[in-house]
Design a protein around this ligand. Structure first.
Ligand code: NAD
Ligand code: UDP
Length: 335
């Protein structure tokens, strides 16, 4: 069972799972995605997916789905993810991300499903004192979105302690970007993009006039913010590796993993790489820092390599080429 399977990371993960022979069912309420993404998964894989239009805040509907099926594990993507919006509408974020997850855990227990892969985020590390970030670093949150992820992490840890039958992989994503190499599935922001890569792509395709770079006075290589960008296909494969781990003998009840490449890339470096990959100029202006942003963030991804046998293979060039192919083939997203 994949919750949030018609979203950006969900679609790519479902495709990898189906291609690996996993029998996948999807739950989504389409609050940030559209049905066309599921049709694309079917076209790419040549397989039908079973889909349930369900809101995870609705426990009765979740129970109906579980009652009618025989799931062995859940990958849980469903949730809201816009930091700025979470500051304006905190209750909405806690309801979707925390209450929704509590419902899911309850229904999983009820139907004896105790394997879970959870979508967490590097945001739970707050502003780290040193880099690269390791899994045991202290955690903190600076906004309701991050807080909701941290709360769920604590809930999952408590659950795993109370009942070691649970096997939970908590995946902390760094910065997922790019798109499937076919150009058929990709990131489809419903509004003005908050994240850097989709913003750059929309400037390249002429949908936005120019990029605003949020600050060039950070203590980084060129003054702009540094992040650990990871290709969404690599990330999707990380979920398959995590799922396999949960079925293995050595699986711990709660296991956190950084999914990143371990390489910091600045905003300007990403802009340059995108210009090269697309052959388009990306006009930009430097504006004030975005409140709450940190200077730099990148992963130590050794734990995932050792325990999951997973590492990212695709580089910045692939990320930009694939993001551009998706944007060029689908200038208005799935619509
Ligand atoms: P997305 O918005 O594209 O996908 C999330 C999906 O969940 C959407 O299809 C949405 O319609 C669905 N959804 C939301 N609330 C729901 C609800 N109450 N019931 C049912 N479905 C619901 O986001 P994404 O980028 O694919 O992210 C997936 C997960 O990974 C999220 O939990 C997000 O917080 C986490 N994450 C994302 C990033 C990132 O940069 N994209 C980074 C770190 C963590
Ligand atoms: N950024 C930017 N302009 C934008 C969006 C983002 O300069 O329009 C910068 C941002 O300050 C950060 C980096 O790009 O340094 C990545 O931002 P994003 O929102 O994609 O990811 P996050 O901040 O959540 O890591």
């Amino acid at each position: 069972m994949v919750t949030g399977g018609s979203g950006f990371i969900g679609t790519h993960t479902c495709l990898e799972l189906i291609n690996a022979g996993v029998n996948v069912s999807i739950i989504d309420n389409f609050s940030n995605s559209v049905g066309e993404s599921l049709e694309r998964i079917e076209r790419l894989s040549g397989k039908k997916v079973s889909f349930y239009e369900v809101d995870i805040r609705n426990k009765n509907s979740l129970q109906e789905v579980f009652k009618a099926s025989d799931f062995s594990a859940v990958i849980h993507f469903a949730g809201l993810k816009a930091v700025g919006e979470s500051v304006s509408y905190p209750v909405r974020y806690y309801q979707n991300n925390v209450l929704g997850t509590l419902n899911l855990l309850d229904v999983m227990s009820q139907y004896n499903v105790r394997k879970l892969v959870f979508s967490s985020s590097a945001t739970v590390y707050g502003d780290p004192e040193t880099l690269p970030i390791k899994e045991f670093f202290p955690r903190s949150a600076t906004n309701p979105y991050g807080q909701s992820k941290l709360m769920v992490e604590h809930i999952l840890e408590d659950l795993a302690k109370a009942d070691p039958e649970w096997k939970i992989a908590c995946l902390r994503y760094f910065n997922p970007v790019g798109a499937h190499s076919s150009g058929m599935i990709g990131e489809d922001p419903q509004d003005i993009p908050n994240n850097l890569m989709p913003y750059i792509s929309q400037v390249a395709v002429g949908k936005r006039e120019k990029l605003s770079i949020f600050g060039n006075d950070y203590p980084t290589v060129d003054g702009t913010g540094v992040r650990d960008y990871i290709h969404v296909t690599d990330l999707a494969k990380g979920h398959l590796a995590a799922l396999n781990y949960l079925y293995s003998e050595q699986a711990e009840s709660f296991s956190p993993f950084n999914l990143g490449r371990g390489q910091g890339i600045s905003v300007l470096q990403l802009v340059n790489a995108f210009e090269k990959a697309s052959g388009r100029k990306i006009p930009y202006e430097v504006v004030n820092r975005r409140p709450g942003d940190i200077a730099a963030c990148y992963a130590d991804a050794q734990r995932a390599k050792q325990l999951l046998g997973w590492k990212a293979h695709l580089g910045v060039e692939d990320m930009c080429k694939d993001a551009w192919r998706w944007q060029e083939m689908n200038p208005t997203g799935y619509k």
